[in-house]
Design a binder for this molecule. Structure first.
Ligand code: FES
Length: 180
């Protein structure tokens, strides 16, 4: 954990510019920032903000924690410490690749459940799990802010529109030993 916090501190110095650049092109960060603004960027809203971030992204990766720390003007180590302390937060899963299926209302009514079921069946894992070969982690999110292109799935950080069971399977098949 100390190593992770040290890594995060180094990353903070080296990576903040890149994180902010990436964030500017990703609507999920804008929604998260609006949420922080609603709480007037107060430090005691940290847990609430982390919940919102997990809903939007499916899990809390380091860049996201850096973004939150920067916006709330908190030390990265504090944000990371809270994210690791509570069991209901999921840090970046161990899979080489990540697939986050949005299960918010707009995506659900357009068939996100069928997309998720197809991936689960193909890979043999359930949402929240990682394949045995550590190639793919499958997660779900609640409204990633892309309702206009529902159902949306995020593959390795890229929000992808109008998914079907077939397009999703085509996308992940190279990532699992079950793929073909
Ligand atoms: S419900 Fe999926 S993007 Fe809004």
């Amino acid at each position: 954990m100390t190593d992770m916090i040290a890594t995060l501190s180094t990353k903070k110095e080296n990576r903040l510019g890149k994180v902010l650049e990436h964030a500017s092109g990703d609507k999920r960060f804008k929604i998260l920032e609006a949420h922080m603004k609603k709480h007037q960027f107060k430090h005691d809203a940290l847990i609430e903000v982390l919940h919102k971030a997990q809903e939007l992204f499916g899990f809390l990766e380091e860049d996201l924690l850096l973004f939150i720390a920067h916006k709330l003007k908190l030390p990265a180590s504090r944000v990371y410490g809270v994210a690791t302390f509570y069991h209901f937060f999921t840090l970046k899963p161990k899979g080489q690749h990540t697939c986050v299926v949005c299960m918010g209302t707009a995506c659900y009514v357009k068939g996100a459940d069928k997309v998720l079921a197809a991936i689960e069946e193909k890979t043999g894992i359930k949402a929240g799990e990682t394949t045995e070969d550590n190639q793919l982690s499958l997660l779900t999110a609640r409204c990633i802010g892309a309702c206009g292109i529902a159902p949306a799935v995020v593959y390795d950080g890229t929000v992808t529109p109008r998914q079907t069971p077939q397009t999703a399977l085509d996308r992940v098949k190279g990532w699992t030993s079950h793929g073909n």
